[in-house]
Design a protein around this ligand. Structure first.
Ligand SMILES: *Cc1c(COP(=O)(O)O)cnc(C)c1O
Length: 367
């Protein structure tokens, strides 16, 4: 027990729940009383509120971020024989979605400072088969969407944004919806905006794409028992939507607290020779889903944290092209991706991180 009490966790969903417990319980109760659990008024309301929060017209609630990516790709017409340019330094689901619709992922290296897709390397990956570019806004900092938008327009490609880690972030003061075409979000519990279970959303200004996504998530149905194509059963449910409506009201203040904690870390660690603090793109607002430092001798550093009762993580330790599931991509060489994978370390980060916890973390790295 002593050890547990001193432990500083990577995320702290318990503290979040304590802050909004009353509101959440009332929301749950009202859904249970309503007996409406699938595609009811909470989902419709949350779709409207969240799409407007990210600066787009339409929101389509789905069962997960993975499904958001898969359904979005299918809705814009990506399929067998097509190629989609993305990164290997991401959570596997980004690339799985491309594979799932029958297309070929073309993996590109990342920028060493931001961990986002290296825009300078994108164009040479474009072929006649390329249909879309799929940047991932890693750790909460948007990729260079302005430059990617230009490339997409020039080559006639769709821009599909994996925004699963970037709820509420902006670029050049624009909400990410500003850059089009389709944005995909996850509400996995640990995300900046998380449900009490799985959930996701597709967001777009394109009405036709939105309509196709709406049908795809619901058995390809245009009206009850009329199925125009083969779809999925992939819906955000009423209970999750009701909770997410509440959490969305708190999101900006939670993001502000994450940003404050990040500034605190960066000050404390500015002089550290063990850790390099994250680079902040001056044009972007970073929402710090994760606070990731670079360290040499990572195993030794992780062990020091373990001894201090501090939880750390690696997001992600094995790039997609080194995964067994993608042995067909073994030949790809992505030097920056591989170098970063060996050095990155995620420190505790959430809106409830105290200054004394931050100091305890920093002390380990000042040693
Ligand atoms: C979380 C995440 C996903 C997948 O979301 P799920 O809701 O877990 O399916 C996809 N891409 C990235 C970058 C993520 O962080």
């Amino acid at each position: 027990m002593q050890h547990n009490r001193s432990k500083i966790p990577l995320v702290n969903l318990g503290a979040e729940y304590q802050e909004i417990k009353g509101e959440i319980r009332r929301a749950l109760e009202s859904v249970l009383e309503s007996s409406s659990f699938i595609l009811g008024k909470n989902v419709a309301q949350f779709e409207q509120q969240f799409s407007s929060y990210v600066g787009s017209k339409h929101g389509i609630g789905v069962a997960s971020g993975t499904d958001a990516l898969t359904i979005a790709l299918q809705a814009i017409g990506v399929g067998v024989g097509d190629e989609v340019i993305t990164v290997s330094h991401t959570f596997i689901a980004t690339v799985d979605a491309i594979t799932r619709v029958g297309a070929r992922p073309v993996l590109t290296d990342i920028d060493e400072k931001t961990y986002n897709i290296d825009v300078g390397k994108v164009v040479k990956g474009i072929t006649k088969k390329t249909k879309a570019i799929l940047p991932v806004h890693m750790y909460g900092q948007p990729a260079r969407l302005d430059e990617l938008r230009e490339i997409c327009d020039k080559f006639g490609l769709a821009l599909v944004q994996d925004a699963c880690q970037a709820h509420g972030s902006t670029l050049n003061k624009h909400k990410l919806g500003h850059y089009g075409d389709v944005l995909c979000y996850s509400f996995y519990p640990s995300k900046d905006l998380g449900a009490y279970g799985d959930g996701g959303m597709i967001v777009t200004d394109n009405q036709e794409v939105a309509e196709t996504c709406r049908m795809l998530r619901n058995y390809g149905q245009s009206e009850k028992y009329h199925h125009d194509f083969v779809g999925f059963n992939s819906r955000l449910d009423e209970i999750q939507a009701a909770c997410l409506i509440i959490k969305l009201r708190h999101l900006d203040s939670w993001i502000e607290r994450r940003r404050r904690a990040a500034r605190g870390y960066s000050q404390l660690l500015g002089e550290s020779r063990t850790a390099t603090v994250p680079y902040a793109d001056p044009d972007a607002s970073h929402v710090f889903y994760l606070y990731v430092v670079k360290v040499e001798e990572r195993e030794r550093v992780i062990e020091m944290f373990r001894e201090a009762g501090i939880e750390t993580g690696i997001h992600y330790p094995i790039p997609v092209h080194r995964q067994k599931a993608y042995s067909t991509l073994q030949h790809v060489t992505l030097p920056i991706t591989e170098k970063c994978c060996n050095q990155i370390l995620s420190l505790p980060m959430h809106p409830f991180l105290t200054e004394s916890e931050q100091s305890a973390v920093a002390r380990v790295l000042s040693g």
